[in-house]
Each structure stands twice: as C-alpha cells, then as structure tokens.
Design a binder for this molecule. Structure first.
Ligand SMILES: Cc1ncc(C[n+]2csc(CCOP(=O)(O)OP(=O)(O)O)c2C)c(N)n1
Ligand SMILES: [Mg+2]
Length: 553
C-alpha cells in the first residue's frame, strides 16, 4: 500500500480505532473494498442473508452492549433493503451505524449503476444521514457518525460511501484517521438548581411515578433508574411498547397511573401511549416534570400539557436519574403505601395462571410454554429473552423477563427476532438465549438460521404456531365479526424442518407435556434450534383487574 491508505482503509481503521470488532454485512459491488480493508484492520464481518437482518443485528448489538452496532450493505437495492430496519432501532433508541456503498460521486446525475438518493431515503428514520464527501474527510465523518449515534437519545445514523471515495488514496494516513477522543459524544448534565427543584416537586407529590423510555431500560442507565427508585421510592416504569399501557408486561399499571398526581418523564415522550397527558389515562390535575435529550419532545409536551408541565430540561435522562438518586439519598423521604400499590398493580397476573394446565392431549397454552421457558432462563444471570410477533409475543411478555430483554420495541415492527438472537449470541457471554415468536413473525428472517449455523451460534427459538397472523385475525373478529375473519390464516408449517434443513436443530411439539423435554434437547443440542409448538389461536391476555376502590391520599 506504499504508505497510502484507501478510503476503504480509513473506514475499517477508524471503526477498529473506535472499538468496533464486528460488522454485520451483506456484500455487493460497492463495498468489496471495505471487505478487503477489514482484513488488515482485524474487523470481523458477519455475512448475513438479508440487509434488514444486518441492521436488526446491529440494533441488538447496540442495545445489548451500549456500543454502536455497525451494518455495512451495498448501494442502491442493498441500501433500500436495509433502511426499514432503522425504524425499529430508532424507536428503541439503539445506537446503530448503517454504512451503505454508493455510486461514485463523479458519475452522479449521469445514470450511474444503482444510483439512488440514498441519504434522502434514510433521513426520516435516522438521527443523521449523509453521503461521505472525500477520502480525506472520511475519518472525521465516521467519528461524527459514531458520536451522533451514541449521543443524546441514542439512535441510528446513516453514512453513504461512494465507491470513488472508498477507492481514492489519502496521502497523509495519520491525518486521515480521526482523533480517538472524537468518537465520544458530549453529555448534557442537569443543572444543580434544576435537580433540586425536581426533588422538591417529587417530595410534594403524594402519588408520583417516573416513566422511562427504552434507553433507560438497559445497561448503566437502567442501574441509574433503579438507584433513583431505591433512593426516592418513586416507582419507575419502563414504557417500550407500541401498545403503551396495554402492554402485558405492565400488568394493571394503567389503573394506578390514572391516579398519579405527578409524572416524571425521563426520556419518555408525552405521546399517544399516554393519551398526550389527557384523561382517562392521566388525571386532570396531574403535573409533569420532563427531562429529555431532545428539545422537540419538550416542545410537544408544552403543547399537550401546557401549564401542567411544571418543570422541564433538555439533558441526558440517564445521567439525570443518577444525579437525582445521589441527591435524594441524602434526604429523608416519607414512606407511603403508594409505591407498593403501584408495584402490586404492575405485578398483577390472573391467579389461575399459576396452576393453568393445557388440555391433556391438546395443544400447549402459552402460559404453560412460558413456564418451561422460564425454567431455562432462570438458570443464568445473563440469560436473554427475545419476544416477537403478535398475540403469542404478548403472552410471552406478560409471563417472562430476563436480565437481557429484546422486543420489537415502540416501533412495533414484527420479524426481527431471528437476527436479534444471532447478534445476542455474538454480543454476550455464554448464557441461555430464548426467543419466543409467532409463526408469522418467524417467517420474515428465518434464513438467518443459515447465518447462525455458519458462525456456530446456539440459541433456542420457540415458535408459537397457530397457523395465523392471529393478532390481525383477532382484530377482524372483534371489529367485524368472526364470520368476516378472512385472509389472516397461515399453514401449520413445519418450521422445525426448515431449521433442520438449514443445519440447525428442530423439535415439533403437539402436546403441552412435551414442551419441557423438547426445550431441554434444543438447549443441549448446542446449535441454533427451533422448537415449533402447535398452539390455539388465543387472543392476547387481558390483565384488567376487578373493580377496586380508588386509592386515597
Ligand atoms: C413489519 C410489520 N408488519 C405488520 C405488522 C402488523 N402485525 C402485527 S402482529 C401481526 C401478526 C403476527 O402474527 P404471528 O407472528 O404469527 O403472531 P400471532 O399474532 O399469530 O401470535 C401483524 C401482521 C407489524 N406490526 N409489523
Ligand atoms: Mg401466529
């Protein structure tokens, strides 16, 4: 290379210098120079079967490690295939970098091969989206992309890489690589007097709750949120579902939230999931305090809540929670029954679930499948639970949790669970990984079992097979009547055989009593495995409690 670096080498070396070890990729003409450069930069490429999978894997990586997950795809159609998965990453506040090859700058407008306005296509779903300008500036552009993905509210960033930029050489290699400090985003801390004012508001409230967005349900920020809850006894609830308060993991939380007199929004927007602060979801006299990285979210809350928004600040909510926890620990907080009331509501599950048994010869009930899965998850403090699909996914989320939890998130886009499982196996130390998915959602990316087989990645994937897009079928039944429930049927496909055909381990289960042994065999196989369980077409669980007396002050 005679002391000169190609743009492609700058990309690979800058990523390596930023601590990136793996890149999820699907090859194509535009990016083969980066494949070549990755060899010298010691970057491992995980070569997948669909570009959206590469982004979903980068998303799971970002959520599980807090590092930026990187996807590399080719230009034009490769890029277009990758873009929709950015929506899931954005809604789940996951730091992701999508690098897409691109037609050469000097051929643009002349009908170049796969010429496409790539940055424009990705822009609405990304925090930032642009086309690299030159090999000389590429290092700094990558640093900016990585910094932006992690800074403020984490999220996806897109950078298109024109082939002439990748192939150009830079004369001064040292100058082309970014300063390692430029990978780190700035942090906006809470002003001390603002923190004191927030504690004052919380202290005056009789029934406060804190709501956090997806980023505060993971890693260090989750610890900060827990420390805040422990110090203040203000219950902290995560909202990361498109179903909002109807999310089964929240139990009967909606019933107590309606009685809160103060809601602290920590990175949680005041959006449709909270009826924009209106009744009956939120009581008319309830006030809000908001800490959010984005001024736009605060402006929205001002429009929705007006004077009921008593305090707000643009700041990092995770660091904010940590700061509030430190300050609160020095104060004397009154004990009330409110905290326990809220926890009891969130933990509410119908009593009959504990003993629920499926019919002897009939298909397994989701609660019974979850019981068997839970036994597997409980074995390890690093276990991973992944949930996907419609009604079956809701049963799973009502019954299961684990130290690491990956869902479709607020985006509500089904189909990412197989890529999630692949990336989780690469990101985390050995521990059981169990994904639970409906059969419809499973079909989206089942070819990634091939990726898992090629890279030797073991996990257990449970398909709740009701031979239907049941969530939509249930909408038809509820809204238009059972006789008009059409077009949402699937076949009782042997997904276990699909997985076995790809080189994984397959189990087919028709009776509930066979679920535990099938799970155990799948786990012990040490291979990517599919436990295909026949289930009935049940609607999602209903967790509304019997009418209770309102809680007094
Ligand atoms: C990308 C995307 N497409 C469509 C939907 C609408 N949708 C939500 S749940 C669902 C059915 C899922 O079927 P399955 O995975 O089998 O789960 P089931 O409801 O049958 O348990 C559909 C089509 C969606 N949420 N995301
Ligand atoms: Mg289904």
């Amino acid at each position: 290379m005679s002391g000169k670096l190609r743009g492609a080498d700058v990309v690979a070396r800058a990523l390596a210098a930023a601590g990136v070890k793996r890149v999820f990729s699907l090859s194509g003409n535009h990016v083969m120079s980066v494949f070549d450069a990755a060899l010298d930069a010691q970057l491992e490429l995980v070569h997948v079967r669909h570009e959206a999978s590469a982004v979903h894997m980068a998303d799971a990586w970002g959520r599980l490690t807090g590092e930026v997950g990187v996807a590399l795809v080719t230009g034009g159609p490769g890029h277009a295939n990758a873009v929709p998965a950015l929506y899931t990453a954005a809604a789940s506040e996951s730091p992701v970098l999508l690098l897409s090859g691109h037609a050469p700058l000097d051929e643009l407008g002349r009908g170049a091969f796969q010429e496409m306005r790539q940055a424009d296509i990705a822009a609405p779903l990304a925090k930032a989206s642009w086309t690299a300008a030159s090999a000389r500036t590429l290092g700094e552009e990558l640093a900016r992309a990585l910094r932006t993905a992690r800074g403020g509210r984490p999220g996806p960033v897109h950078l298109s890489l024109p082939t002439d930029v990748l192939d150009a050489t830079v004369a001064e290699p040292e100058a082309a690589l970014p300063d390692p400090r430029s990978f780190n985003p700035p942090v906006v801390a809470l002003a001390p007097e603002f923190a004191q004012a927030v504690l004052g508001e919380l202290g005056r409230a009789a029934r406060p709750v804190a709501l956090v967005g997806p980023a505060l349900l993971r890693g260090r920020d989750r610890e900060s949120a827990r420390a805040f809850e422990a110090a203040t006894r203000v219950p902290v609830l995560g909202m990361d579902s498109p179903r909002g308060l109807s999310e089964p993991a929240l139990g009967a939380f909606a019933e107590v939230l309606a009685q809160a007199d103060l809601v602290l929004l920590l990175g949680k927007p005041l959006d449709y999931t909270l009826a924009y602060g209106g009744t009956p979801v939120i009581a008319p006299g309830c006030r809000f305090v908001q800490i959010d990285p984005d001024a736009a979210n605060i402006e929205r809350a001002v429009r929705s809540a007006a004077a009921r928004l008593s305090l707000s600040a643009v700041a990092d909510p995770g660091r904010g929670a940590a700061r509030l926890a430190e300050l609160a620990a020095k104060l004397n907080w009154p004990r009330s029954g409110w905290f326990d009331e809220v926890r009891a509501a969130v933990d509410h599950r119908p009593a009959e679930w504990a003993t629920l048994a499926s019919p002897r010869e009939g298909p397994a009930h989701p609660v019974e499948i979850c019981r068997a899965v839970n036994a597997l998850l409980e074995r390890d403090p690093n276990a991973v639970f992944i949930s996907d699909g419609g009604e079956f996914g809701q049963w799973a989320q009502a019954c299961l949790d684990a130290p690491y939890r990956l869902t479709n998130g607020p985006a509500g886009a089904i189909g990412a669970a197989v890529p999630f499982a692949v990336a989780a196996r690469l990101a985390l130390p050995p521990a059981p990984i169990v994904a639970m998915s409906g059969d419809g959602a499973f079909g989206f990316h089942m070819a990634e079992f091939d990726t898992a087989v090629r890279y030797g990645l073991a996990f257990v994937f449970v398909v709740g097979n009701d031979a239907a897009w049941n969530a939509e079928r249930q909408i038809q039944i509820r809204t238009y009547g059972a006789e008009r429930a059409r077009y949402c049927e699937l076949l009782a496909t042997r997904y276990d055989r699909v997985v076995a055909g790809l080189g994984g381990h397959g189990e087919y289960v028709e009776r509930a009593s066979d679920v535990p042994a099938a799970l155990e065999r799948a786990f012990r196989s040490g291979r990517p495995s599919c436990v295909n369980v026949a289930i009935d077409r049940l609607p999602a669980p209903n967790l509304v409690r019997a009418r209770r007396e309102p809680i007094g002050d």
